[in-house]
Design a protein around this ligand. Structure first.
Ligand code: GDP
Ligand code: MN
Length: 360
């Protein structure tokens, strides 16, 4: 789950990383409550999960006189289509230099990897194209600190406080079970080093351990599916997909793509699903408003085709359901669906093709 800047900064600060003094508001008039403590020069920052936020107009400079009006304007703006419902007003830093640091996992090496650039900021993607502009190191995940020699290699001529901050960011990364911890820009001012921006993505598998009850990145329906133990993802096409097993479900999605269709969502019911689970699965998939047709692609093994068929019928949905059932109790399954007029096809190619046509 992605944290917003102000949330990430709070966690960074707990680990001793200096962050600018800031105030979170959810209406422009709340600015009035903080006038006494706001510095003369501030930065007004939309708390939205949008890449390139600054360039898209989500980071504005203001002073004491203009801060409320600036906040009002920002609340009225959409940043790349995303509405602004919280704003962080921060002391404006006297930035001398912007660095970039990002920590993630190198899955091939099974090690943490730290990226660092001497020229950070909003043009980091440009910088990244220059050979050698981003340095990286990786090391054993058993170490609780980045080894000193690697830090020196990574940070080059940057001040020693930068190295210290990078190591603290690594502590945050470990402690918060993060998939990504990033500061861009990590800045120097005449006074000290600051994390001027903050990004933190927590591994969804450890939300419980991190005390996060609700995964905000999931839709309501995805949360419901999670409760039932289904893998379910919403997309933006018009075909609903149900499969059993990740491989078969992904193959179904690939076929939809091949035949020029677009999936609205997909759900993997897993192994051995019985009538009730299939019913819930079909209802979840059909519940996405853009779903025009559903393709059910199930291979009976532990899963019994007659249970699946009963579940499909019990779901009682209004969309057309195209079914490919093969394997255990296939004949019994077909016997349940045939009288009800479901379109049943023998191969997944045929079923998907029919679904793509029906969705057009
Ligand atoms: P992003 O676009 O979402 O990455 O937003 P950032 O928080 O990184 O801000 C974008 C840019 O605004 C930074 O790279 C800085 O150049 C500038 N900026 C942000 N905060 C300050 C500040 O306190 N002082 C100054 N002078 N510039 C800032
Ligand atoms: Mn940034």
């Amino acid at each position: 789950m992605k944290l917003l800047e102000y949330e990430a900064k709070q966690l960074f600060a707990e680990e001793g990383i200096p962050v600018p003094k800031g105030t979170l508001i959810s209406r422009h008039k709340e600015t009035l409550l903080h006038m006494d403590t706001l510095p003369e020069k501030v930065v007004v920052k939309a708390q939205v999960d949008v890449g390139g936020r600054g360039k898209a107009g989500g980071v504005l400079m203001a002073d004491h006189e203009t801060v409320m009006e600036t906040a009002r304007r920002l609340f009225d703006t959409r940043i790349r289509g995303v509405p602004v419902d919280r704003i962080l007003i921060e002391e404006r830093l006297d930035i001398r230099h912007e660095y970039f640091v990002s920590i993630t996992i190198d899955r091939a090496k099974k090690q943490p990897v730290i990226l660092f650039a001497e020229t950070g900021g909003v043009d980091i993607e440009e910088t990244a194209r220059t050979e050698g502009a981003i340095r990286s190191v990786s090391f054993s995940p058993l170490l609780s600190d980045i080894p000193g020699f690697l830090l020196r290699e990574l940070c080059g001529n940057a001040p020693a406080d930068i190295q210290k901050t990078v190591n603290r960011l690594y502590h945050v990364f470990c402690r918060k079970d993060a998939l990504l911890a990033e500061i861009n820009p990590l800045v120097t001012t005449p006074a000290r080093v600051y994390a001027a921006d903050a990004k933190l993505i927590i591994d969804d598998n450890s939300l419980g351990r991190q005390g996060i009850i609700v995964n905000r990145d999931l839709t309501e329906r995805e949360r419901e599916a999670e409760k039932h133990g289904f893998s379910f993802v919403e997309l933006d096409g018009s075909i609903g997909v149900i499969g059993n097993g990740a491989g078969l479900t992904m193959a179904t999605l690939d076929l939809i793509e091949t035949y020029g269709g677009k999936a609205a969502d997909f759900l993997d019911v897993g192994g051995g699903a019985e009538q009730e689970r299939v019913k819930i699965a079909v209802q979840l998939v059909a519940g996405v408003p853009s779903v025009k047709v559903i393709v059910v692609n199930l291979l009976g093994g532990i899963t019994k085709c007659d249970e699946v068929a009963k579940g499909i019928v019990a779901a009682g949905i209004h969309q057309k359901v195209i079914v490919r059932l093969a394997g255990t109790n296939e004949a019994e399954g077909r016997a349940i669906l045939a009288p009800k007029g479901y379109l049943m096809l023998d191969t997944m190619e045929l079923a998907v093709k029919a679904a793509v046509e029906a969705a057009q």
